[in-house]
Design a protein around this ligand. Sequence first.
Ligand code: ATP
Ligand code: MG
Length: 575
Amino acid sequence: MRMSKLFVQTLREFPSDAEVISHKLLVRAGYIRKLTNGVYNYLPLMWRVLKKIENIVREEMDNAGAQELLMPFVQPAELWHESGRWDVYGKELMRLKDRHNREMCLGPTHEEVITSIGREGIRSYKQLPVNLYQIQSKFRDEIRPRFGLLRGREFIMKDAYSFDADEQGLDKSYEIMAKAYNKIFERCGLETKMVQSDSGAIGGSVSHEFMVLVNEEAENNAGENDVFYCTKCGYSANSNHAVSILNPVETDGKFETAQIVDTPNVHSIEGLAEFLKVPQSVICKCLIYVIDGKYVAALIRGDRTVEETKLMNAFQGNDIRIARNDEIDEIMQASGFNAIAGFIGPKGLKNVEIIADETVKELKNFVIGINQTDKHLIGANWGIDVELPQKTEDIRLVEENDKCVDCGAPLKVTKGIEVGNIFKLGTKYSKAMNATFTDKDGQEKPFIMGCYGIGISRTAAAAVERHHDEYGIKWPLAIAPYTVIIVPVSDQDETQMKVAEDIYQKLLDAKIEVILDDRQERAGVKLKDADLIGIPYRITVGKTIQDNLVEFKERATNNTITITPEEAVKRILAL
Ligand code: ATP
Ligand code: MG
């Protein structure tokens, strides 16, 4: 490709609306252009990168025995009614009506469609296992599209779905996908960590995410997930799923008699601890949440934070948020109190489900709200002053240096970008949608299913997050849009141009993906663009051509050597 013909417009400045480096660089280097919020044009360079990732994914999925198909982007509401998700999926699901007033949606994922395909096409255990996948644009009306391709509303995904006759079959299919995923990301030049995760709205029990770990110190961190991991035994999990053993702290409040004390204007845990001169860990916090429209009071030790996904899952919820002040007022009224936030306690609450984090049990002589503004109860004990809620579960967020549940070593935390995930769905969809097969024993059984996603466009952006410097992108070779760029320093110099053309021709003949920068531009502009665009190798033909030498630069390391044009070609062919 001649640079003069390549459809690419690099920009002098970073776009003003971009926060993270992959977004900034992909726009500035001419890979993507925003069409509307969270929706991007993939320009020719980008499309080459995406196709490379897609092809790696295809090869490894095919090697793993999966078969590619393509399902429609638009889906009928009926299928979503069958699965029960039409009403619970929320606003991310882009709903529309056709001219006959029939409800449809833009596919955010395809469990319903694939289950209908399995239901019609698989009759007998003899046809199992089956793994079907597609690579396609998805649409999710994300509440906060941001970070360019990392969280778009439209994005490209590879989604695969497995059908098995039994749990052992699913375990095997899952294992095969985990292996394929490791190969895929490795081939893309991306180091990933496979971490345990929550199964979220898709349901099911076991799931793992593949995380690209990103530099925590980065000013604007693109890692939306906190990953907790153990350096000793390898345990690792997303924060919404991570568990830990807490380090010992004071849980005995020392106030030996239960007593109501004045705590004027002290709404915060920090303030209360300071006011009463006690550690935060002896205060029992009571937070009101709304889960699927129902009120829930969550009790947790004052020094810890509620993990909202864990809390939501404890009630099999789909949606969670902290209650507003007017909702707290409503609860207070219904329960015959009139306290404001900061003074709420579990005792006497009406129409509110109560749950306690399991560590709350250990509290003795603790401090707790009693639904009276400007007052707290000190020296409280379970069973005497307040009932311990029947529902006690792990609903807390792990913190760095908590101990690993597997080996006791301190846990570390880092930021990660989720590029893929694998889920054991079990019978969630097959049962709901009545998708069955005839088993060996002649019985009709629901399929045991799994689903496996990879964000193709997010993977490309994650690669930029991991591989760049202040001058631009450094694509890993396997997913780079082109392998080499040849830059003649002066387009006026006949020898330089001739040698550059000659190298170009040789590489083209060898089917190497190569750009010749034949533009009438200053050398500085051409060299800057080459770095910005991030082509892995650059051959610069300058004055030293009089001694039959060119500069050969590896973008990953920015190392340059001076070699003959023949040697440069040889090195590229040897890659
Ligand atoms: P997230 O937690 O980041 O929202 P998810 O759990 O919703 O991801 P899935 O529904 O399982 O993700 O989708 C599979 C893959 O698709 C994800 O691992 C991710 O790589 C990619 N993906 C999901 N949402 C987006 C998005 N809004 N933009 C780009 N890629 C996405
Ligand atoms: Mg999501």
